[in-house]
Write a protein that binds this ligand. Structure first.
Ligand code: IMP
Ligand code: MG
Length: 186
């Protein structure tokens, strides 16, 4: 039996709840807010969440990377920056999981240094606060994790694999080992 952390039904309920909260937070904005997907992990969450947001929004994405396999390298690489001009607009960053906080911290610092948004809001499916290494802003949380377990599915990956699983679960060590072979690039 798989150790399921969030089923498809639970994910759907979270997206509905957060969609309402974010809609409320954005309701008084005069300029269209920008939703920013943190690729690749937040892709599934972004698609489901944005359909529950009931105000006109623009869409953009960034790509940062700090993880190899099942742990953070601590070094954050910027692969893709924002394409839109977010000056004077609310930026809603949508992330799959805030773990050590290093990626979100670096991303917020980078955006604050290079852009002039009206404000930044952070939405994350998971908040793994027990693993936090730097304090970081989080405004909307799908699920708070009280245990430091490695999760896969629904965008969360092991070596690029398992993002397509429609729910989130804790993989066994044997399963992880079996994916090492599959993940090797030829
Ligand atoms: P942080 O910089 O340690 O907060 O981690 C940020 C990124 O690492 C997240 O956006 C995820 O893409 C990835 N990550 C963190 N925890 C997990 C996990 O349990 N499973 C898969 N990916 C994770
Ligand atoms: Mg991510």
């Amino acid at each position: 039996m798989k150790e399921i952390v969030l089923s498809q039904q639970e994910i759907s309920a979270i997206c509905k709840r957060l969609g309402k909260e974010i809609t409320q937070a954005l309701a008084s904005d005069k300029e269209a807010p920008v939703l920013c997907c943190v690729m690749n992990g937040a892709v599934n969450f972004m698609v489901d969440l944005m359909r529950e947001i009931d105000v006109p929004v623009l869409f953009d994405y960034v790509q940062v990377s700090s993880w190899e396999g099942t742990s953070s390298t601590g070094e954050v690489k910027f692969i893709k920056d924002l394409s839109l001009d977010i000056t004077g607009r609310t930026l809603v960053i949508v992330e799959d999981i805030v773990d050590t906080g290093l990626s979100m911290h670096a991303l917020l610092e980078h955006i604050n240094k290079t852009r002039k948004p009206k404000r930044i809001l952070v939405a994350t499916l998971f908040d793994k606060a027990v693993a936090r290494k730097v304090p970081v802003q989080v405004d909307f949380v799908g699920m708070r994790l009280t245990e430091n377990k490695f999760l896969v599915g629904y965008g969360l990956d092991y070596k690029g694999l398992l993002r397509n699983v429609p729910y989130v679960y804790v993989p066994t060590e044997e399963e992880i080992a079996s994916f090492d072979e599959l993940a090797k690039m030829k």
